[in-house]
Every structure is written in structure tokens, then in C-alpha cells.
Design a binder for this molecule. Sequence first.
Ligand code: RP5
Length: 171
Amino acid sequence: MLHSTDSSASDAPLIGVVMGSDSDWRVMADASAALTEFGIPHEVEVVSAHRTPDKLMRYGREARARGLRAIIAGAGGAAHLPGMLASVTALPVIGVPVKLKSLDGMDSLLSIVQMPAGIPVATVSIDGARNAGLLAARILGAGDPAIAERVEQYARDLERQVEEKNARLKG
Ligand code: RP5
């Protein structure tokens, strides 16, 4: 495990945040931060589709039995991690295309979003790890009223911020 980011050390992780390389952490930290804001216990792990294929299969196959409820998977370039995880688990998988130096992240985006029918990955925007964390909170919130209430409060806060900016614009 890269490190533990549980909001409460005693809580078992509900979300797995995985990435193809530790170099993806500069982006994927936003997913972890969002989950922490919502008080959602999660784990962080480097799992590479190409460099650690056996680990990928093990992680995906064991995730549900270990108590995870969704997986956020970020990768760049030939980004096969989210799709391969989705192929070996029934959990929802949220894919984060990580932008590398070449191709502006389009390679990562297209590798993740163009899944064959039958094996879905919920793909967020390029480097959109924060939204991946927020989407995972919504997925958990569908079955957990306390988390759903935090999601609704977050939406109300965003709305209030927009209105405050609007008021400042109008002087
Ligand atoms: C991908 O290759 C990783 O997800 C990362 O975005 C990219 C580069 O990895 P490093 O060479 O920085 O380890 O598999």
C-alpha cells in the first residue's frame, strides 16, 4: 500500500484508489482528498496493468470480498488499468485519465473511455481525480443516507459560493 488515508483509522476502506505508477499521485491525490473531506475510508495502492499484471488481477478479484464498494483507477498513456479491473470485478470502476507529457492526455482518455459493450468504466475528465472522488461519494450515498446528506450539503455550498460571487460582480 502506498499509504493509508483512512479518515478513521479503525474503519475498513470502502473505496480503493489505485494508480498505474506513483508518478500518477500528483493527480490522484485529489481523489483521496475528496474522499477524506466526505469522511470516507479508503486505501491507496499502485497497481500497474503492465508492470504488475498478477497484482492487478488479484486486486480486482479480491476487492469486493475485502469490503470495497467501488474502485477509482487512474493511469496515463496506454491506460489499461481501469478497464482491466472492471473486467474482473463487479464493483463500479471510475477511471481517471492522467495527462502525460505527450498527446495532452487524449491517449489516456481514449484508452479508458472506449470500453467494449458489457464492461463499463465511469470515466471522468482528464486529470479529473476530484470528480472521481465525488462520484464515489455519490455511489456510496445511494445506500448511505449520512453520506448522501454530505453530498447534498456540498452541492448547497457550491450553489452559495456561486451566488456570493454573483453578488460581488454586481457590486
Ligand atoms: C502508466 O504509465 C502510469 O499510469 C503512468 O501514468 C505512466 C508513466 O509511469 P512512470 O513511467 O512514471 O512510472 O502506466
